[in-house]
Write a protein that binds this ligand. Sequence first.
Ligand SMILES: [Zn+2]
Length: 86
Amino acid sequence: MGLPAKKSSRSSKRRRASHFALKKGELSFCSHCKKKILPHHICPFCGYYAGREIIKIKIKTKKGKKKKEEKLEKSSKKKKNEPEKK
Ligand SMILES: [Zn+2]
């Protein structure tokens, strides 16, 4: 193994390291839902790629909607119950 002939100074080390920072990856937009996605990947939000639905993504949205609906129902029930009590 070759060894460095001389100690590299603090400044030369830091100067070299000035180019080590990672660049931000570029994102493309989904053709279906227009959200930012990784290029050449199936959209994780709607499951579309090249204008076709490849994966059906419904579980997450359904659960979220159901929870919201349940909350709404509960709140509406409470609201409905309140006037009955009065
Ligand atoms: Zn999409």
